[in-house]
Design a protein around this ligand. Structure first.
Ligand SMILES: Cc1cc2nc3c(=O)[nH]c(=O)nc-3n(C[C@H](O)[C@H](O)[C@H](O)COP(=O)(O)OP(=O)(O)OC[C@H]3O[C@@H](n4cnc5c(N)ncnc54)[C@H](O)[C@@H]3O)c2cc1C
Length: 487
């Protein structure tokens, strides 16, 4: 049974789109109650699945007129609760916007709708020898609209940049239903860089309805070196040595023993299960470039203390080395009833110290933490293993996660690398930014969305919330980062 306010909203929205595109029944709403961070759940009033940009405009105009919150949604694979519905709001799914509109092999661009899956872009571009570089591990499912909203990254972003570096133009609908075109064919544009501003804005400034992405020629050759280490610290230090030597690998990823074992049990990728850590270092380019870089990287890794090296000798073997890494999250899902994936970024030189810090925090909270991450970017993904049915474990996992993020800030890093702030990390924004900076964020939000209807309660905390969070941390004796002194 819909309440009065929902009925009014439903009636208003049906004026501009067919009723079959509006979900209102509990069992239809249920699949939308959470994203990939499933510990937080909330049913919305309605879910709408528009098929045209005019229908998106109509939904936004209706919500704007009635003062109803709107949460845009791609595939719902986000890991920070960004697409978590608002109890009084509408979920605006872009799932039906799933067409590749045009590929221009001369300009090396693709014009796509926001609900197109990340991998589908490279699949469509393959016929021209081109691909879309940012490759989140969720790329078989996540959408390009969600990637833009989160400024998603992936294994290949160390060399080829994040989403923001790989898009050329966006079409966006504002909360009052206006269409904006941002960016274009030229490399630079006059005025403020609104294209960059919208990228990573987590659905708070507008709804992306079209994306023009940059395509790259496929490298002639790619090979992966898998290096084993008997200490996580040593592997962390090896990462810094490779980058300092002036080599930019196509990908440089690290897994600790917990992840190595989980991935090996799941996929049999040939990982050394006794190693404390492995580094996967991909080199790509022409055959000559790869051969030269490979020789240098092998020497550097040996000098850095690698105990064994394996080099992929075929494309099949290269894909097998990556398969374990790409499936590391589901693999860890098999060894623990629940896991909580954190996402923070640190300066690369701090890798050994922060990895030790995370291990010590795990002991403090009596929870196991395993690590798999984009080491070359300093982008950590500690996975906190817990059992949501065991009393107090979820709360301990949340506190542990918060302390890990605040440790990242304390060493000069950031509370997110690619998963966004969403609902999950909103308190840590208070640690990352001063009140004045947050006020500037609010001013920007107000310029786009004066009523604060787009994805409210996410990404940017109110100053009152920060004051409360600060008081709570002080009363728990958690300032200023006592952990750091110890590592
Ligand atoms: C197993 C697994 C592995 C992952 N690996 C990676 C990884 O390697 N790198 C990485 O960056 N992320 C990774 N993620 C996280 C996630 O896949 C990314 O954040 C992705 O960009 C989310 O896309 P989505 O379509 O699922 O968006 P959703 O989860 O539906 O939404 C994410 C955010 O974007 C907003 N949004 C969605 N569509 C639009 C739109 N059209 N206009 C405006 N706002 C919109 C939503 O409101 C929300 O705030 C992983 C997730 C999983 C489950």
């Amino acid at each position: 049974m819909m309440d009065e306010a929902t009925q009014a909203l439903h009636a208003r929205i049906t004026q501009g789109m067919p009723e079959r595109l509006i979900l209102a029944e509990m069992e239809d709403l249920r699949p939308y109650e959470c994203d990939g961070l499933a510990v937080y759940r909330q049913l919305p009033r309605l879910v709408v699945l528009p098929e045209t940009i005019e229908q998106v405009q109509h939904v936004l105009r209706s919500c704007c007129a009635l003062g109803v919150p709107v949460v845009a949604r791609g595939a719902g694979t986000g890991l920070s609760g960004g697409a978590l519905p608002h109890a009084d709001g509408v979920v605006l799914s872009l799932a039906k916007f799933n067409r590749v509109l045009a590929i221009d092999p001369l300009a090396r661009t693709a014009r796509v709708q926001p609900g197109v899956r990340n991998l589908a872009i490279s699949q469509a571009a393959a016929a021209y020898g081109l691909y879309y570089a940012p490759d989140p591990s969720s790329q078989i499912a996540c959408t390009i609209g969600g990637n833009v909203a989160e400024n998603a990254g992936g294994v290949h972003c160390l060399k080829y940049g994040l989403t923001v570096h790989n898009i050329r133009a966006l079409e966006v609908v504002t909360i009052d239903g206006e269409r904006l075109r941002l960016g274009g064919e030229a490399l630079d544009a006059a005025g403020y860089d609104l294209l960059a501003l919208l990228t990573g804005s987590e659905g708070l400034l507008g709804v992306v309805v079209e994306v023009t992405v940059k395509l790259l020629p496929k490298p002639q050759l790619a090979q992966v070196v898998m290096a084993s280490f008997d200490h996580v610290d040593v592997a962390g230090a090896a990462v810094a040595r490779i980058i300092a030597a002036g080599i930019t690998p196509g990908g440089l990823e690290m897994m600790d023993n917990g992840c190595i074992r989980a991935a090996e049990d799941y996929l049999h990728a040939g990982y050394p299960v006794e190693a404390a850590a492995i580094l996967l270092c991909e080199l790509d380019g022409t055959a000559e470039e790869v051969a030269e870089d490979l020789a240098r990287v092998e020497t550097l890794l040996r000098e850095a203390g690698a105990t064994a090296l394996q080099v992929s000798r075929s494309e099949e073997e290269r894909l097998r080395f990556w398969a374990g890494r790409k499936a590391a999250f589901p693999a860890v899902g098999r060894i623990s009833p629940d896991y909580y994936c954190m996402d923070g970024t640190i300066p690369r030189r701090e890798l050994p110290r922060v990895l030790n810090g995370i291990a010590a925090l795990g002991e403090k909270y009596r929870l196991r933490v395993v690590n798999v991450f984009h080491a070359g970017d300093g982008n950590l993904h500690p996975l906190i293993l817990f059992d949501g049915n065991a009393a107090g474990e979820l709360e301990r996992a949340e506190h542990l996660g918060a302390e890990i993020l605040e440790l990242c800030v304390a060493v000069g890093g950031a509370i997110t690398g690619e998963h966004g702030v969403g609902f999950e990390k909103i308190n840590q924004m208070c640690v990352q930014f001063a009140a004045l900076e947050l006020e500037q964020f609010h001013a920007l939000k107000h310029a786009f969305d004066p009523q604060g209807l787009l994805n409210p309660g996410k990404a940017i905390p109110t100053l009152a919330r920060c004051a409360e969070y600060g008081a709570m941390r002080v009363s728990r004796g958690e300032l200023p980062f006592p952990e750091l002194e110890r590592f």
